[in-house]
Design a protein around this ligand. Structure first.
Ligand SMILES: NC(=O)c1ccc[n+]([C@@H]2O[C@H](COP(=O)([O-])OP(=O)(O)OC[C@H]3O[C@@H](n4cnc5c(N)ncnc54)[C@H](O)[C@@H]3O)[C@@H](O)[C@H]2O)c1
Length: 250
């Protein structure tokens, strides 16, 4: 086993499914102790089971990233259980059925912003002091290609992901001198349960937007995320990294 994360404790929000699960497995394979934090407790336990079968040390914790107290508790659980926090992947997120702004329910707007943007702020809010306390580390915030591109029908999601990119840059400016590297990843459309509402026609449309001619795989996002968390990325700070099969290159 590659031990690039040996001795490191990692927290992955939304680690029960899709990209977060692939990241949790990749970090576990690299020797990290992984805390899988998710509102889907059954899914988080299943993920931990899979990590343990692969030889990793892991634990599950219930988390709703839209609730600051819940985030505080999950970070506290991590530090209480394993003694420190070095790495964090703020990945939990949702998508909602498409609607133009004029037909978007304000409650839907609020829910997407609460989870996809405020959830990343709450996570950073409680993770960063612990990472500093541990002597430094690294964070990846899961943005999206929609962190820099618009997408008709997804105003709240697009606004939240643009916010995540700005939050990432600001966090890096604030914490670089304290030994914490903070970067964002911008996946293209990735074949995960998040896309479960897309019918065949929508999938084909999404595929056609990627010059690579396919959707991405969660493992491809996990690999870039792991690089950014590793010491190999020692001068990569405050930036946004696309994993999008040239979606944004047009
Ligand atoms: N799949 C894509 O095409 C794609 C593209 C770009 C960015 N992303 C982003 O990647 C991240 C992961 O997406 P995915 O495709 O793996 O989705 P997914 O639905 O497979 O997994 C998301 C996970 O987050 C958890 N979650 C949702 N709300 C939560 C909350 N309030 N508190 C805690 N956990 C919560 C879910 O239970 C689930 O386990 C999201 O931030 C998403 O916006 C996904």
């Amino acid at each position: 086993m590659d031990e690039e994360f040996a001795g490191k404790v990692a927290l992955v929000t939304g680690g029960a499914s899709g990209i977060g699960l692939a990241v949790a497995k990749r970090l576990g394979a690299g020797g990290a102790t992984v805390v899988v934090a998710d509102r889907d407790q059954e899914g988080a336990l299943k993920a931990v089971n899979e990590l343990e079968i692969d030889g990793a040390k892991a634990a599950a914790v219930a988390l709703d990233v839209a609730d600051a107290a819940s985030v505080k508790d999950a970070v506290h659980f991590t530090v209480e259980t394993y003694g420190a926090l070095h790495l964090a992947v703020n990945n939990a997120g949702i998508s909602v059925p498409p609607a133009p702004i004029g037909e978007t329910d304000p409650e839907t707007w609020r829910r997407v912003i609460d989870i996809n943007l405020s959830g990343v702020f709450y996570s950073l809010r409680y993770e960063l002091p612990e990472i500093v306390q541990a002597g430094g580390g690294a964070v990846v915030n899961m943005a999206s290609i929609l962190g820099t591109n618009g997408f008709a029908g997804a105003a709240a999601y697009v606004a939240a992901k643009h916010g995540v990119v700005g939050l990432t840059k600001t966090a890096a400016l604030e914490y670089a001198a304290q030994g914490v590297r903070i970067n964002a990843v911008g996946p293209g459309f990735i074949d995960t349960p998040l896309l479960k509402e897309a019918d065949q026609e929508k999938r084909e449309l999404l595929i056609s937007l990627h010059p690579e001619g396919r959707l991405g795989r969660a493992e491809e996002v996990a690999e870039v995320t792991a690089f950014l968390l590793s010491d190999k990325a020692s001068f990569v700070q405050g930036s946004y990294h696309l994993v999008d099969g040239a979606y944004s290159a047009r």
